[in-house]
Ligand binder design. Structure first.
Ligand code: BGC
Length: 408
C-alpha cells in the first residue's frame, strides 16, 4: 500500500548550509588559522575552495532541488583590521548573494560562525566588556553594504557551543579549560592543544556567555536600525534531553534543557524575529535502546528533532532548521536519516509549530573544526586533491523531498 505523502506548507524553504571558514579556503587572519599555525588544530588550507567555486556549488544546490541556502560571512575578511573594512570582500559577498538570488535560492545569512578576526581575538575577543559594541559595529556595516540582498540574517551560530568548547573543554580557541579538583571537564582531549587549565575558567565562561547575549541583543538593534525589515535570528544548538518514566530522570531532563537551551533563549528571544535551530543530538535518561552511530560517534536519533522543536515552540517565533545532518562518509545512513528527520519536522508542524525552512548540514564536505577534514557531512562529496564535487546518492533522496515539498 502506498504511504500517503506528508505535505509541507507552501513556500517552505528547503536547502543546505555551509560556513565560511569550513568551506571557503585560504583564510589566514583568524584565531583558528593562528591555532593551526601553532599546531593546535588541523589546518583549513584551501578547503573546497568554495570562495572561487560558489557559482558551481550553487548550480549543484539548484539541481538538487533546493530553494534556499544558508552560509556565513567571514568577519576577518570584512574587517581585517579593527575599524577598517575591506570593500573588495564586500563585493565578493555581493556576488555570492546575487548568485543565490539568480538561481532562486533564498539566502539565510549568518554574520558570525565561530572564527574571530585575529585583531579581535588578540585583544580578548568575547571576554572583553566592549565586545558587544565591536560585534554590533561589524554587523551594522554588513547590513548597510549588503542588506538590500537578503532578509534572513542570524547574528551568531551556536553561541553556547562556542563558549563551552573555548572556555570549558579547551578544545577550540582560546583553549581555556575548566579544571575542577584537578579534573578536566568534557570528553574533548585538549592535552595536545596546550590548554590553559584553571578552575577560574568557569568565571570566564560565564562572562563570555553573558557577553554573547549582550552582543546578540546589541547587534539586533543595530541591524534593525539599518534594515527594519530584516528577519533577525540567533542560531541555537539544541541538544534535546528527555527521560523514561522515572520521575527523577524527568526532572534531570528538564534541568538539562533549561541549562543548555532555555536559560539562554529566555534572554534573547525578545530580540529575535525568528529562531534558527541546529539539531544533532539528544539524550534520553534511562535509555535502554540500542543505537547505531554516525562517524562522529553520535547516536542516530533524527526523530528527536521533534522534541527540540517542541522545546523552542514556547518562544512563539517562526523557526527554521539552520543545521541538521550527520557525518556518514559511506552514505549508508544519510538518506533514511533525512527522511525520518524531515517527517518529524512535519509532525511538529501538524502540532502547530511554525517551521518555515529546513537546511541540511552540510551542502559540501567541510572542515570539521578541531577534527579536520576526515568527517564527511556533505550532500556533495569533495575530493580534496582535485576539488571534484560529486553529489552522494542521499542527495537525490533529499532532492525528491525538496521538489515535492513533501515526504513519504
Ligand atoms: C556547527 C558546524 C559543525 C556541525 C557538525 C555545528 O555545531 O555549527 O559548524 O560543522 O555542528 O559538528
Amino acid at each position: 500500500m502506498a504511504v500517503p505523502k506528508r505535505q509541507f506548507p507552501d513556500g517552505f524553504y528547503w536547502g543546505a548550509g555551509t560556513s565560511a571558514y569550513q568551506v571557503e579556503g585560504n583564510i589566514y587572519n583568524t584565531d583558528w588559522a593562528l591555532a593551526a599555525e601553532e599546531g593546535r588544530v588541523p589546518r583549513a588550507g584551501k578547503s573546497s575552495d568554495h570562495y572561487n567555486y560558489f557559482e558551481e556549488d550553487f548550480d549543484l544546490a539548484k539541481e538538487l532541488g533546493h530553494n534556499a541556502h544558508r552560509f556565513s560571512i567571514e568577519w576577518a575578511r570584512i574587517e581585517p583590521e579593527e575599524g577598517t573594512f575591506d570593500h573588495k570582500e564586500i563585493e565578493h559577498y555581493r556576488e555570492v548573494l546575487k548568485a543565490l538570488r539568480k538561481r532562486g535560492l533564498e539566502p539565510y545569512v549568518t554574520l558570525w560562525h565561530f572564527t574571530l578576526p585575529l585583531w579581535f581575538s588578540e585583544k580578548g575577543g568575547f571576554e572583553r566588556k566592549d565586545a558587544p559594541e565591536i560585534f554590533a559595529r561589524y554587523c551594522s556595516f554588513v547590513m548597510k553594504e549588503l542588506g538590500d540582498l537578503f532578509t534572513h540574517v542570524s547574528t551568531m551560530n551556536e553561541p553556547n557551543v562556542y563558549a563551552t568548547h573555548g572556555w570549558l573543554y579547551g578544545a577550540w580557541p582560546p583553549f581555556k579549560q575548566w579544571r575542577i579538583l584537578g579534573k578536566k571537564i568534557g570528553k574533548e582531549d585538549g592535552t595536545s592543544r596546550r590548554t590553559q587549565s584553571s578552575f577560574l575558567n568557569i568565571f570566564r565562561y560565564f562572562k563570555v556567555s553573558d557577553n554573547l547575549i549582550r552582543a546578540h541583543r546589541q547587534a539586533y538593534f543595530e541591524i534593525k536600525k539599518v534594515s527594519p525589515k530584516a528577519e533577525v535570528s540567533v542560531v541555537k544548538h539544541v541538544h534535546y534531553f528527555y527521560a523514561n518514566k522515572n520521575p527523577l530522570n524527568k526532572l534531570l531532563a528538564r534541568f538539562m534543557n533549561y541549562q543548555q537551551t532555555t536559560r539562554f533563549m529566555n534572554k534573547v528571544a525578545d530580540s529575535c524575529d525568528e529562531i534558527g535551530l541546529n539539531f544533532y543530538r539528544s539524550t534520553q535518561f534511562g535509555d535502554t535502546r540500542t543505537h547505531t552511530y554516525t562517524d562522529m560517534g553520535w547516536k542516530i536519533v533524527p526523530e528527536d528533532i521533534y522534541g527540540a522543536l517542541m522545546l523552542l515552540r514556547q518562544y512563539k517565533k517562526p523557526i527554521f532548521i539552520a543545521e541538521a545532518g550527520l557525518a556518514d562518509a559511506n552514505d549508508v545512513h544519510r538518506a533514511e536519516y533525512i527522511r525520518v528527520q524531515v517527517s518529524s519536522v512535519w509532525r511538529a508542524i501538524q502540532e502547530g509549530v511554525d517551521v518555515r525552512g529546513h537546511m541540511y548540514w552540510s551542502l559540501l564536505d567541510n572542515y570539521e573544526w578541531a577534527l579536520g577534514y576526515e568527517k564527511r557531512f556533505g550532500l556533495v562529496e569533495i575530493d580534496y586533491q582535485t576539488l571534484k564535487r560529486t553529489p552522494r546518492p542521499s542527495a537525490q533522496v533529499y532532492q525528491k523531498i525538496c521538489v515535492e515539498n513533501a515526504v513519504e
